[in-house]
Design a protein. Structure first.
Lengths: 377, 377, 377, 377
């Protein structure tokens, strides 16, 4: 099988290149880059020297010859290639936001400020969060050409942390919004040097950005809706999804997203009743029960790990792997579920998940090419 | 004036030493250390060479000769010295939690697992958050010996972010808890090497700790109660304080605490009503209004800076200073107030605030010895 | 094949565990730990959860059942196990310094302050730098039980940077010592928390340590002697090895050793003759020539990469891989060869090289289990 | 007194702004910026909010109204302003390389690729390393308008580490070159975002750059010549300066330069004579003697600290201060002097030294405005 990557020299593209070069099912990898067309990938990324050697072609050449195409391009740019792929009847896995909103072009337009280029392509597309949509991905892939809207980095960590609670109806109806407070490593900002990612401006410091205005908000929110609704389990727990508040932060690390997720368990007056006390035994028991529910929910998932009591999700434990680690906690009063998820933003949050989607689409073992055991340091 | 520091070789003690050595009103500094008694401070901290030179005495000697004593000791250890200071009628500024809970020994006992050593000392003590208690600090100091319970690091950043909203009654009654999600630099863990603070285990990673169980929870909660209650402004806005959820994280940086604070502005069903949209113009206007309210509220405070629209609080902008930077935002829907505060945990979160309290107690200019202009890097 | 690791819970041991768990030839992995005996590796390193699950046994059990044993123990502790392995006629790969000095117990004693426990074992042992000793390792392994003295981290990077220059007689005889100036990541200090590796004491800072007194000095020096002498190529270039000055530094990063190596090319008065000028064209030509010599010298080595002109060795380009990257330069005057080598101290500098040695001993492909493509970030 | 800064918004300019804003002798600070003309400094650096508030003027306005002008501009751009300052008979302190080479325009041209704009200005200029040239700076300033060529960052740390050894004739004549191996924090690269300083490309990694070709080479070399020659002490030790090899590295930290300096003490065959042994007692005694010589040499210098035996120079101990810390060592054989110097590249390596020069020129206390006590973290 020949895989192609359009946009191979950005950070997501280079991570895809690295993962695919180690994938046992691939015979050949075709790469393109607008910025470095005509050069070679190992000159742009000398860390690949001796291992990956490939000319950087025009995207058209890649789409024409590959059996499956990944696009790691800026938004909007990839739709023409998606169209070409559909015409060639080959799968197209898109890492931009272009195919994440299915029919809901209105939401896409409201947040991304532009219309779909080829709206009709959405009948071939599916949101590629395997834990939520594996079945649909398979069905679509079986039916013909498929376009995968590979999830955003924050939405991946946030949604996986929320799914069991929403599907099982843990979040109290009408008890206030779910809050997702996330911190991302600096690779999330991509390869282009900018002041915000200039070492002296971001090292040794933490700060939020785009508060109340980050484009991943509607993606997480839509996922919550599906998880509480159609994917609810059992179906009768289906209930109105909670509303969402999402705040991203930048933390001085290379990789990783940690999401601390607050899910109100019951209607709480929110009124201070006497000074807080440390968690009671009952709180610990309830936490254990919910942790078990999470364990059961994800039992068959190859890339979700529910951490045992006493271990907190941390980004360094998933480094360079496709895992999403989840730890389950309660606040001191036992009325707020606090779920913490950790992913590698470049792997499960981007390139790894794209490979996972390729594996599903092609009928490979789902962890083919994704077998890296995370190193702590 | 002679100041003394008991526990000068821990991180908070050494920071106090550094700040006081540059204080224009001090003639002499007496230091003690249990771990390094008999040695000299410049041997323990060679960064002080040529600038600070002092023998490390017994704590008793310090308390006997100083005109004012700071204690940067583990909890429980300092009460005897506080007693001795009261007997000598000199001010005592305690950086542990021992004197932060006033009469409420029960809450202290519940979280710290021990009783007050000398409960009767609380009639001399006051919680030393100047922005909240400046008047009481002055009154007590005027009346005789005073003990300052210097605030915890997280409670300082969290409370300053919350005060205007609570005092002015912005938080909707019964709309759910306030959430404080904080990230701290590693100096917060103190000078003793531990696995959690071992470079390879905490660098390049973010993770939470003590979720639902951190001892700063009741301190923040009590502050919220006072801010919404007795310190409410105007007094008729006094209303039941919101309940609190507090989650601390460790971030790979030396100094700083960033707190992202979620304050529900109105009763919200919390139910997802259609997909989110980017913030409307009205939302921006409301944010500007609340930002102005914060500006007015802190207009005379020397160490609180309300950041203009478009600037997010970041820990690197307060580095080595006594400032608390606050930025004011709303979520996309305009129903959640998101306040972000940044402090240097070692300065405004510990030693700097202790110096500020000394300045108040002694009638010095409040920013004496605290005039450092923060460097960005 | 069953491999065993004694001392699996230290950093080198855990890295070995991670690499071996992904090795295609291993059927089983037996682990021991003194500190955590009776516990499980995935509890000590939760990053292994779901991937590596093994009880932590007694070392005796491991030596008794394994087909090959790795020891990642403090110096001196492993010799008894080496003896047991020899008796069982299985290979023993030791990551301590115990078997790095062959017959030269005197040098070992001078620097490590103790005698060999079982001196007679040295007839089975060989210094395990494959690029230098591959042939002897194979011969010994063919002849019976073999003990590999796996090289130190600094000596690996330094020696690989020096080998071609010494073997080819580039270093001018009598032109002064070779200087190796190295910077290591903090994992080099091991897993035990210490002040030097406490995040606030070592982050955002660089400093040297053990100047003129580091134990890797005689190991590098002995390697230089062999490289200039018996391994010289062609043999007639054999010449007295240069003397050595070695200075290690600590840099605020997790992994990696960068060694900047100064090799005098000709007898230089060392006397300033007029002010320096930028490198002339001839200097660039000479650098290119030496770079080519390095390329030719290492042409068949699977883990040494000679970087093209214009690319400097950097630790991030070898991260988590077994590569040693080498860049070749000259000073402005063209009289000093400056070779820069970069390795991952935990992989090529410890666990990876141990696996490479296992592969040689067992006749596996030399890069089995070592196929990770380095990620830049 | 009114000071002016041309180029106030670069990193060196902003650090100057911060230091001068705290200087007790200044009444007013005038700032200019080409990139941000018309804006205000506190908008460009919000860390200054509430402390420094100044419009960003045209450089001409600054030069016209100030009593002393600092220029923190790219090379070549400042000469016209220097000329204007000389005409107004006010001191001009230039942080670029334009005035570092005095009459030696040829060397300047060779390395910087351009000629002096106003060569005649060199009769007013002096190289501003106070420890070397304090007397000449004072004389020139007394005689009329003076232009200070403020030293480069690397040359400052390197030269201060070399001065006593060269002035006292410790370096053996003809024993080979002096090697300066330095590591700099990323602020050294300035404020403009570039790939090399993009967080994911430089964090968690060390690498060299411009090997054999860095422009600070001739500046260090010229300083060595002066230190071994005209500034030799006693003058009869005057001897030909050693030649120089200089290698800069980038380390993942914000501030600081660590220079490890190798000075051959005697003519050494450089031939390996038997395997190395740990340093003998005599070596320690010799190191102590040289350390004492350094102490004596710098006894009256306010900003040079010779560290006691057992303490290694480290960049975190001089952070945000004008200190140069120096530790003195020998290699294991006692034939190579290894001096390690640490400075804050933004302070003693740039803005702090400029303030020190202003203090000398104006007859202020030399440490006015430079009294910050370094914090370890």
């Amino acid at each position: 099988m020949i895989a192609g990557i359009i946009g191979a020299t950005g950070y997501a593209g280079s991570e895809l290149t690295r993962l695919l070069a180690g994938h046992p099912k691939l015979e050949k990898l075709l790469l393109s880059s607008v910025s470095f067309e005509g050069d070679r990938i190992e000159n742009v990324y000398p860390n690949f020297l001796g291992r990956i050697s490939a000319a950087l072609l025009k995207p058209e050449e890649v789409v024409r010859e590959a059996d499956l195409v990944f696009a790691a391009l800026p938004g909007g740019v990839g739709e023409d290639f998606a169209k070409a792929a559909v015409e060639r009847k080959i799968p197209f896995i898109d890492l931009s936001a272009d195919f994440r909103f299915d029919d809901d072009e209105e939401t896409f337009r409201a947040w991304y400020g532009k219309a779909y280029v080829h709206p009709e392509l959405r009948k071939f597309s599916v949101y590629g969060l395997p834990e939520l949509n594996r079945k649909r991905i398979r069905e679509l892939a079986a039916a013909g050409p498929v376009i995968i809207g590979n999830p955003g980095c924050y939405p991946t960590g946030a949604s996986l942390g929320l799914f069991p609670a929403l599907a099982k109806g843990l979040a109290a109806s009408g008890a206030g919004p779910v809050i997702v407070d996330s911190a991302s490593g600096i690779t999330g900002g991509g390869r282009e040097p900018q002041r915000s990612y200039h070492f002296p401006e971001c090292s040794d410091s933490v700060s939020p950005y785009k508060v109340g205005a980050h484009r991943h908000t509607p993606e997480i929110s839509r996922n919550m809706e599906m998880m509480a609704g159609e994917a609810a389990s059992p179906p009768e727990t289906k209930f109105p999804a909670p509303s969402l508040v999402f705040t991203p932060h930048l933390a001085p690390m290379n990789r990783g997203i940690l999401s601390t997720i607050y899910i109100p368990l019951k209607k709480d007056s929110g009124i201070h009743e006497g000074r807080p006390r440390p968690p009671a035994a009952g709180t610990e028991a309830l936490a254990a029960e919910i942790r078990q529910l999470y364990l059961d929910f994800y039992r068959d998932e190859p890339f979700v790990r529910i951490l045992p009591a006493g271990i907190y999700a941390a980004t360094n434990r998933v480094r360079q792997s496709n895992y999403c680690d989840i730890s389950v906690h309660l606040d001191h009063s036992g009325s707020m579920l606090i779920v913490v998820s950790a992913i590698d933003n470049m792997v499960k949050g981007a390139a790894g998940q794209a490979v996972q989607n390729m594996n599903i689409v092609m009928g490979f073992e789902e962890n083919s090419g994704l077998a890296a055991i995370p190193a702590l340091f």
